[in-house]
Design a protein around this ligand. Sequence first.
Ligand SMILES: C[S@@+](CC[C@H](N)C(=O)[O-])C[C@H]1O[C@@H](n2cnc3c(N)ncnc32)[C@H](O)[C@@H]1O
Length: 290
Amino acid sequence: MKFLKRLVYPLVRRTLSPRAVQVLRFRSWYFFSYLPRLLTSRFATRKPQVRGFRGAGGPSLLVEKLQEINMLAPTEMCRVMARYGSDKALHSYTRLYSALFKDWFDRPLRMLELGLGTNNPAVLSNMGAFGAPGASLRGWRDLFHQASVYGADIDRGILFQEDRIKTFYCDQLDKSSIRSIWSQPALRDGADIIIEDGLHTFEANVSFLEESLDHLRPGGIYVVEDIGWEDIERWYERLETVYSKQYPTHEFAFVVLAKHDDGNMLFIRRPEGEAVFSGPPVTGAFREAE
Ligand SMILES: C[S@@+](CC[C@H](N)C(=O)[O-])C[C@H]1O[C@@H](n2cnc3c(N)ncnc32)[C@H](O)[C@@H]1O
């Protein structure tokens, strides 16, 4: 398969425009992945494996919500992200996001995603030559009609600004560079949703999390995408012995996805009612479960 890709990709690149490649990719994803899964999900269910950590004890609504999700059932969010060229739908992350955020789409919230999706092969964790930088940010903007969407990346060459989208430079391995994002006027009051889709190493995840979790607004959700299988035990240990003690009322939920989906996820929910920032927190997202 890899050999075939190496042979065909340069040919496709020379003959088709990036836009045409994107359309082609979306169509093949739609017919070979989206539609078959849509049909399968009518009579089959696959629930994610979720492990919760909470220093304060008690039930976790976040864990309960995640455990209910049918990972086989694709959503509108999958289509939006795939159309823009983000890999969130391929990894099934959009199914989890759709369920968690379904009541948030009309709220005037602030979100930050680290990792724009560079197509520069010299940058680690790039999306390949056909990658579409900014794909997921544009997807979030379409889905969250009133949100301000912020992005950050180590590749200065792909930073951009558009209606309701602004991006900043950040190297997640450099704590001072993470602090400088949070000191930007637009982000000084924190974010309701923080998604980390950057370098994808344990050290990089931890570095960004430790400088960013205090900037998650009450009621908000922090997500780490694409956690490797080799790091699961390290994460369990860190959550058990450090973070759940440091943040006892936060809910931590580690989601192990089926192996072929190749990445795992960490979700963190900050409790509502901790008013430390100005402006209203995102309340009511979990009302149904309550
Ligand atoms: C998988 S891509 C993000 C994909 C995008 N979020 C999407 O869904 O379309 C990962 C991104 O992380 C960025 N990255 C790599 N190392 C980084 C670092 N040390 N700090 C910040 N971003 C980094 C890369 O430039 C790349 O754009």
